[in-house]
Design a protein around this ligand. Structure first.
Ligand code: GLA
Length: 384
């Protein structure tokens, strides 16, 4: 955007209804003032205890992103195909009720620790902590009531790149068994370059494991009954972390060469998926990004040939869990009454490696008091 954002102004806000913010910008020298993007708010529904859930609609460039205060969940991403037809490219539900029911983290912010912790136990600074076990013998995605199942506080933010909303909450000491009061912020910004930028921050008063990620399920063809096997994927990852039968890393960092995990050159997701023999078959692997997670770098690119949609993922994280919706079995009916079946979508969850707390050779996923955790992930949409 040329020029600087002057202010986020709120044009209207009706009780329980629609609020609209516009973004006023100072023109770049010699240019007329332009308006870049919009941010509006509505009530999506109420939780069983009567708490209203807000839904924010961020529009900029050619994309629209909807985020709600329950679970800091992305409910919708609308982006045009190569003919300009806008379609929603993420799985989810038409109303809040679906999200309040059992579902596999559609669009959710996952934490305090995304992915798995072996046997729901870890030792930190000499103390043993016990977590709820909710995935076979392990803890998955923060436990029984993780960050995906709580109400966040939302605040519009004056951001130079476009409409922006910051969701915050304190995860109290002992929540789901984790140590320390953790103050978390997740900021969603939609830029004129058709990017959704997610910036996470956290501070704590006791050392704690932390691993925050977003669990959006993408199908770049739009709302469809077709699986994603024809999407072409590139991952900037020469290595991955092999796992045991409960999906806990063995600790090894293995090359992808010669395996169905080699996406260093663009390859159809479905090209080698039949090589997996253990049910539910498909990809559910952590890839070790070549960037090492030191600064924001391209992690992957997905191309859907029928619609021409392209999604690029950049992240500051060292890993990405590539998951092909293997556990979707048609029992969940989502938007437009579509039953979500196996391989209906893919997730690219930018994060630290699974079970990092038990592997000294993995990048540390422990936050110490006095330090600030940060994680930035950008999804950029275009067409080809
Ligand atoms: C992650 C895991 C998968 C699965 C999904 C949720 O992607 O790696 O094994 O648990 O979350 O269903």
């Amino acid at each position: 955007m040329d020029g600087k954002v002057k202010s986020v102004w709120r044009a209207a806000c009706l009780m329980g209804g629609l609020c609209i913010w516009g973004i006023a910008v100072d023109p770049a020298p010699g240019r007329a003032a332009v308006e870049s993007g919009s941010l509006s708010k509505m009530i999506f529904g109420k939780t069983p205890d009567g708490t209203p859930v807000e839904l924010y609609v961020l529009k900029n460039g050619q994309i629209t992103v909807k985020v709600m205060t329950y679970g800091a969940i992305i409910t919708e991403i609308d982006t045009p195909d190569r003919n300009g037809k806008e379609r929603d490219v993420v799985l989810g539900f038409d109303s809040l009720e679906g999200y309040l029911g059992k579902h596999p983290y559609f669009g959710a912010t996952v934490g305090r620790v995304a992915n798995r912790i072996a046997k729901g136990k870890f030792t930190l600074n000499g103390q043993e902590y016990t977590l709820a076990v909710n995935d076979g013998p392990n803890t998955l995605h923060g436990g029984l009531k993780g960050f995906d199942k709580v109400i966040w506080k939302a605040e519009p933010i004056d951001h130079p790149d476009g409409p922006s909303i910051k969701l915050t909450r304190r995860s109290p000491d002992g929540e789901e068994g984790y140590p320390g009061n953790l103050d978390v912020g997740v900021q969603f910004t939609v830029t004129e370059q058709n990017e959704l930028k997610i910036e996470y921050t956290a501070t704590t008063d006791k050392a704690t494991p932390i691993n925050l990620s977003n669990h959006s399920y993408f199908n770049l063809a739009g709302r469809t009954t077709e699986p994603v096997l024809g999407h072409e994927l590139m991952l900037a990852a020469d290595h991955y972390t092999p796992v045991d039968e409960t999906l806990i890393p063995t600790g090894e960092i293995a090359p992808v060469t010669g395996t169905p995990l080699d996406f260093t050159k663009p390859t159809d997701i479905g090209a080698r998926i039949k090589e997996f023999k253990v049910e539910p078959t498909g990809y559910d692997h952590n890839f070790v990004l070549n960037s090492g997670g030191k600064s924001l770098a391209l992690a992957g690119r997905v191309y859907e040939p029928k619609t021409g949609r392209v999604m690029e993922l950049s992240t500051t994280e060292p890993g990405v869990q590539f998951y092909t919706g293997n556990f979707l079995d048609g029992t969940i009916t989502g938007k437009d009454g579509i039953a979500y079946r196996k391989h209906h979508a893919f997730c690219l969850e930018a994060q630290h490696y699974p079970d990092s707390i038990h592997h000294a050779n993995f990048p540390s996923a422990v936050l110490e008091p006095g330090k600030t955790y940060t994680q930035t992930t950008v999804y950029k949409f275009s067409t080809r």
